[in-house]
Design a protein around this ligand. Structure first.
Ligand code: FAQ
Length: 333
């Protein structure tokens, strides 16, 4: 694998013989499938890449609560409300495990929040689209969690131990999320013609943004070659996008839906679907902050941070009092 990457991206990826001895040992450990743990030596660029990816992943989980949270009060039954509430709470938990994993690399949670709130750190493009109907909640579970699982299952084998281990539980929970989304849609397509239309409309709007979740095409992916050499990523963006399409199209057919892609066609020879190109200009606009809901999403996160100031101040004041009391009693002994 590493040798292949050197060949495909020789301009940027160093060969083993160009590395200094410490870096060579590090790369050989990665090549032989060993995990890297927090206190071990790592190249600065490996640490920075992980902080970027893990913190962006954490931000995605946290911001990702907003489009679905929008529907908790309007879920059609008490049971659906309880399920959605639990799902949104799970996403908060995923964000917290991932922030913890990033903290092991020497960045604080406050710094990560600051990067999110200032717009410096990215979060997944998908969460900048609005949830207009109940079918959108089904579509998020089915397509967005479905794409997230496709991307995250290989991350369980990531070379950095804390990230790989955090992904194990996350993937289990995402599988439940994906099924709950599919179940919402399976019920709706068996309902009235208006409900079925609502599901088709949701698929029409979420299909292309879901394909964009995997990132730009391989030739435009600046980080993939190095991240694959370091086994942070195991697959390229296009490989995972192809797997997602191959898995999802039969599910759309089962639901009696039409995937909104005139170029979608089974290719017997490759044993997968050919499909159209996502609108990459839209993707780059969204990740530059100009998607339909970017301002609303960041506004909600900044407001939550501001609203929580009194609580954080209270916790800090309490901790200081406890520490002072403890110091006094130690001094008195
Ligand atoms: N959105 O060179 P690459 C979820 C950026 S979790 C925004 O290919 P890389 C659960 C990329 O950061 C969803 N930005 O980058 C849930 C880079 O910019 P930078 C999140 C994107 O890192 C479900 C530039 O483009 N999952 O959904 C996106 O090698 C339901 C060049 O790209 C993860 O974060 C994008 N879609 O590959 C929650 C998984 N794609 O940083 C609630 C972990 C690319 O240089 C409800 N992350 N960019 O400024 C990854 O696997 C990778 O980071 C990729 C991107 C595959 C996302």
């Amino acid at each position: 694998m590493y040798a292949q990457m050197v060949k495909t991206d020789a301009a940027r990826i160093k060969g083993l013989d160009e590395m200094d001895p410490q870096e060579r040992v590090f790369q050989q450990r990665i090549d032989t499938g060993q995990k890297i743990e927090p206190k071990e030596w790592m190249p600065e660029a490996y640490r920075k890449t992980l902080i970027r990816q893990i913190s962006q992943h954490a931000h995605s989980e946290i911001v990702g609560q907003l489009p679905e949270g929008n529907w908790i009060t309007r879920a059609p039954t008490l049971e659906r409300k309880a399920i959605l509430l639990a799902k949104v709470q799970d996403e908060a938990g995923h964000g917290l495990y991932l922030y913890c994993a990033a903290e092991t690399l020497g960045i604080s949670r406050d710094q990560m929040y600051e990067q999110l709130h200032s717009g410096k750190a990215k979060y997944s493009s998908i969460f900048n689209y609005p949830t207009l109907s109940w079918a959108d909640i089904g579509a998020i579970g089915w397509l967005v969690d479905g794409a997230a699982i496709m991307n995250q299952v290989p991350l369980q084998r990531c070379s950095y131990g804390p990230y790989a281990r955090a992904m194990v539980r996350i993937c289990k929970e995402e599988s439940f999320h994906q099924r709950q989304g599919f179940d919402i849609l399976a019920k709706m397509v068996r309902g009235t013609p208006a409900q079925k239309e609502m599901v088709q409309d949701a698929l029409d709007r979420w299909w292309w943004p879901s394909l964009m979740m995997f990132g730009p095409s391989d030739d435009a992916s600046v980080h993939s070659a190095q991240s694959m050499a370091w086994k942070i990523k195991q697959n390229s963006n296009d490989e995972l996008r192809q797997k997602f399409v191959d898995q999802t199209v039969p599910q759309a057919e089962y639901l009696g839906l039409t995937v909104p892609d005139p170029d979608l066609k089974w290719n017997e020879e490759k044993g997968g679907y050919d499909f159209g190109e996502p609108d990459w200009s839209e993707f780059f606009e969204v990740i530059a902050g100009n998607g339909p809901c970017n301002a609303e999403r960041l506004g909600a996160r900044r407001k939550a941070w501001g609203d929580g100031t009194w609580f954080r101040d209270g916790l800090t004041a309490h901790a200081e009092k406890v520490a002072a009391r403890r110091a006094k009693s130690v001094a008195a002994e």
